[in-house]
Design a protein around this ligand. Structure first.
Ligand SMILES: [Zn+2]
Length: 153
């Protein structure tokens, strides 16, 4: 992060450590919204006060409203890919961030060399930036635009 900041790149961190309660909400909202999971069958989690099953005005389970509410949670968390119950995020070993810059990016790698990145795109999808990240032990997951971690997972 210091090297990125020194390089003048614009960095916006979206996500780092995910507490288990948050992962529970992300995982099950996605399952209900996108995978036809029955909200009545979602296991409870200690410390998380949520009703996955929404009730209609007659007091009956309302599947449509339940799925809609889950979809709103998915949108609120900005979930694009199916969340994992355990991941490098739950282990505190991952970061989601957008990185952009103008012109060339001059950034120090972990060895101390100044790397000048002249290639495109001028964002976190640039493979020359990925190579600089490797020197710090921060590995890009190519299929997940904002995601970097200790091992690329
Ligand atoms: Zn991530």
């Amino acid at each position: 992060m210091a090297a990125l900041n020194d390089s003048g790149a614009t960095v916006r961190i979206a996500d780092t450590l995910r507490p288990p309660q948050r992962v529970y909400l992300m995982y099950w909202s996605f399952a209900i919204s996108n995978e036809k999971q029955n909200p009545a069958k979602v296991p409870l989690m200690d410390g998380v006060d949520i009703q996955w099953v929404h009730i209609d005005s007659d007091g009956n389970p309302d599947p449509t409203t339940s799925v809609l509410a889950a979809a709103q949670m998915v949108a609120g968390y900005g979930i694009v890919f199916k969340p994992a119950l355990t991941s490098r995020h739950t282990q505190g070993l991952a970061i989601d961030m957008s990185i952009t810059w103008q012109g060339n990016l001059s950034i120090r790698n972990a060895v101390g060399d100044l790397v000048v990145i002249t290639s495109s795109p001028r964002n976190g999808s640039n493979s020359d930036l990925w190579s600089a990240g490797v020197t710090y032990g921060v590995i890009k997951l190519a299929t997940d635009p904002p995601h970097w971690s200790s091992d690329g997972h």
